[in-house]
Ligand binder design. Sequence first.
Ligand SMILES: *Cc1c(COP(=O)(O)O)cnc(C)c1O
Length: 817
Amino acid sequence: MIPEQFTIAHIAEILKAKSFLPTPNSVIKMLLIDSRTIINAQITLFFAIAAQRDGHIFIADAYKNGIRNFVIADPTYAEKYPDANFLLVQDVIKALQNLAAHKRKLNDLKVIGITGSNGKTIVKEWLYQLLAADYNIVRSPKSFNSQIGVPLSVWQIEPEHTLGIFEAGISKSGEMQHLAEVINPTIGILTNVREAHAEGFANGIEKLKEKLLLFNNAELFIYSPEYVSGVNIDDLPGKNKFSWSLSSAADLKITFIEPIEGRSYIRAIYQNEEIECLIPFIDDAAVENGIICWATLLALGYTAKEADVRLEKLTQVSMRLELINGVDNCSIIDDSYSADISSLAIALDFLNLQNQHPKKTIILSDIYETGKSSEVLYREIAALLIQKNVNRLIGIGSNISSFADLFEMDKCFFERTQSFIEQLPAIHFVNETILIKGARKFEFERISKLLTQKIHDTVLEVNLNALTNNLQYYRSQLVTGVKLMVMVKAFSYGSGSFEIANVLQHQKVDYLAVAYADEGIALRKAGIKMPIMVMSPEPSAFDAMIKHQLEPEIYNLQILKSFLHFLPVDIQHYPIHLKIDTGMHRLGFEQDDVKELLPILNTDELKVMSIFTHLVASADQVHDEFTTQQLHSFDEIYKQIADFLTYKPIKHALNTSGISRWKNAQMDMVRLGIGLYGFDSALTSKNLQTVAVLKTTVTQIKVLKAGETVGYSRKGVMPQGGTIATVKIGYADGYNRAFGNGVGKMLINGKLAPTIGSICMDMCMLDVTGLNVKTGDEVIVFNNEQTIADLAKQINTIPYEILTNISQRVKRVYFYE
Ligand SMILES: *Cc1c(COP(=O)(O)O)cnc(C)c1O
């Protein structure tokens, strides 16, 4: 049995760690890897995990926020904090895994382990929906399936739980063995496998075999023969097996799938009988994941009839937190699908990093969490809300309402969602960020619909996780100590303003840069406090720039003189940046200007924060000699100015492709631009993730007879006739007219359809002859399959222009998973 609680001394023993324990009886209930997401410091153990940056550097921050228990690999930290407990181990991640594996061993419960290339999270969430009536379930939060996510998930197991559902994902060889020890599933599920190119592995078969290691001790293995071809049947794991297939013999042999009114009707042969079910989805991936769940229910012993009843009630799974513009100048964070404390903590972090409104409100339903009394649970939540700077709570549900006294903030409570909605006109929401967080049965999507502005059918979805990933990638490329400036000009290359800046500020980037003062002022008004450089400071905006502490790029003597002239006399050391022209011939001082420049800089009114130049062809090998020459002249001019000043300004030259190709020229800082948004012409590997996806919908389908034409000037001809789809995006949205007449293509249901006829202002037409397309279908203009680079190639431009052309009337939706 589990000991009542784990003390730090007990954990030291489990990890066989060398320990320094001034308070060996401290009880540990929570594990933490990110010093910014503390819930209850007193009972938390911090693991100094080295990700992109060494986790040890966050110990100071964690300590400051009350953490007194640490697992470390570098002993020097223990000496710095003599009143804290330290466990010294060789490998911090392994220690985290060992601790979780230990807890797993103590709990003898049924555990479903899920792995595969796609569908893990959906299958996990659906099994949770299907089995929650019969089990007390603990499961991975969101898609926690990594070397770190898995142990954090498994650590949640408590004696009350009767079923665990955990997902596991791997990215390189050797990883699954660790996860298998932590999860130790009794039932294994292999979802969709696509291993054609298995990065980090010798080949697809090797990767598949490694995935199967998860199930080595499983009693039951659920799989499709199609996904294990290449592995000998006798080598498949599991004492018992249950197979499903669309094409070959299997325990559950699917014989028929047909979409009917938005649902899929499926028939199969099972135990020599024909059985059927209805799954409330029609897209291929959902149907496949539904079949996997069907197979699982049958394999667990549910009757075909019972399985059908449950499958019909499956609901959409959204792991996303969406940030959307709301009514009355509010920002809405929509997380209306789940409510447990770990996902609440994640959502509150996202709420807390929003600075654009003075006030933060949460609309929160009853929280379901087993293994804790309601009082303890709501006490914890109340503390969490305070810690994450929530100003107002609107609680919905009888459970949370009965603990109203625990919450010390502006608050009100409602028994049911309906009563809240009826009262809505009397409740004021204005200029605030609102997190909507509710368990599924409270149907909070009704609330989010009422509070968000109607989203037009064309949206640019911006994935903030991908953006953070790209940021971390470039950080990992920097020499220690090199600072990072991020270019957020032109509405962050079309992706957004404060929404992106909030993330960058939270990630502790050193500088932001915008093109015009207006952009900088908008960021300041949205609460962005970090330094901001303005690249084209127009004299008419000097006043506002000084008021908002924006730092001008000074690029010639005239602008320097007029800025100095403008500066109020009582201001000292006002930060400016000097731009040096070494070959771009756009803006900047040249060698000949230096002589006149130096004496003017000899004033206490200004402080030269940085001196920089811009490379004209950092991506282009053909021009490497020119780049070298640019760097050389920059060195010279920098030296002349820095020698004259009595301090050393930050020196910088590299843009995105420069970071990737000119490692030796990082100097004191680099300026990251388009790489953050997922494109870098100097990178061939898959280090970057797609940040922006542009989507629209089909408004109408038309069938044309032979010889009929499409659009203005009869440009689109259909000699054989065919089917066309009208979609809601045109050149006024930023879909260039050059994409017309078949040059551009869009993805509908996974297939590419070319444009036909000219692009109109607000719409265009696609040739969808032979494709199964209907009104309302989603249409992808660009994503990770058809990229902005592909679009750029189609019309002979560059990805920068594709992104920045997307007009402001296209709604942006930001999400965070
Ligand atoms: C836009 C810009 C950058 C960033 O360029 P990317 O190619 O997008 O990385 C860097 N420096 C200056 C001066 C810029 O104007």
